[in-house]
Write a protein that binds this ligand. Structure first.
Ligand SMILES: [Zn+2]
Length: 217
């Protein structure tokens, strides 16, 4: 998490947030069975101000993808224990995702009337590499902190039909589509609808425009 960006200038102390990640896991039927790695892999957030939360909300819920997420990061609501075992049912993954997606969408609708209860458990403070650090014990807590500290005016769900990764944080306040492809799709739709509604009238007024084969042949 980018603390320079997230820490108010008059805060007592700059703080960075950390979660321990990395597991060895495999699929057994509809369950991911795994154990936390025995070496600590501190995770401070993704580069370029991207939130892990955005990735998680957009992550595919196909078995192999769930497995990839859990191998890389870990399960959400389990305390990190060196070498500790865990298992995650596929249905639980969907529950996690819809819970956090629901919170994101509620925040989009009610940005000023939403508070986060403190769900932090077993978290610890430390001072590492000249930095004040807050290390959470569950990956879920890291995601909640990202959601709670994000500028709520920028939370978006892409409006393009069939968008594969619709949850995103807007780079500017007017942004409604997650990427250029989706924005181009929207422009095309807009033009299509415009022609459907107003095309006949426009062609009547511009008989020599050549559009749709009229006028120039
Ligand atoms: Zn999109």
């Amino acid at each position: 998490m980018n603390t320079k960006y997230n820490t108010p200038i008059n805060s007592l102390q700059g703080i960075r947030f950390c979660a321990l990640v990395g597991t060895e896991s495999e699929l057994q039927g509809d369950t991911v069975v795994g154990r936390w790695k025995s070496t600590q892999e501190p995770f401070y957030g993704l580069p370029r101000k991207q939130l892990l939360l955005e990735q998680f909300l957009n992550w595919s819920s196909e078995d192999q993808h769930i497995l990839r997420f859990i191998r890389k990061y870990g399960p959400l609501y389990q305390n990190w224990i060196r070498g500790g075992k865990f298992w995650v049912r596929r249905s639980i993954w969907s529950t996690w995702q819809s819970r956090l997606r629901g919170m994101w969408e509620s925040l989009m609708n009610e940005p000023h009337y939403f508070r986060f209860k403190c769900v932090i458990d077993g978290a610890s403070f430390s001072y590492k590499n000249s930095r004040f650090e807050f290390r959470v014990d569950q990956l879920a807590t890291f995601l909640y902190i990202e959601m709670a500290s994000c500028d709520r005016r920028r939370l978006r769900k892409c409006l393009a039909d069939g968008c594969k990764a619709p949850y995103f944080v807007a780079r500017h306040l007017g942004q409604r589509y997650c990427c250029n492809n989706c924005a181009t799709w929207a422009q095309r739709e807009f033009k299509k609808n415009w022609w459907k509604e107003k095309g006949a009238e426009w062609r009547k007024q511009h008989p020599r425009s050549g559009i749709n084969g009229h006028g120039l042949t």
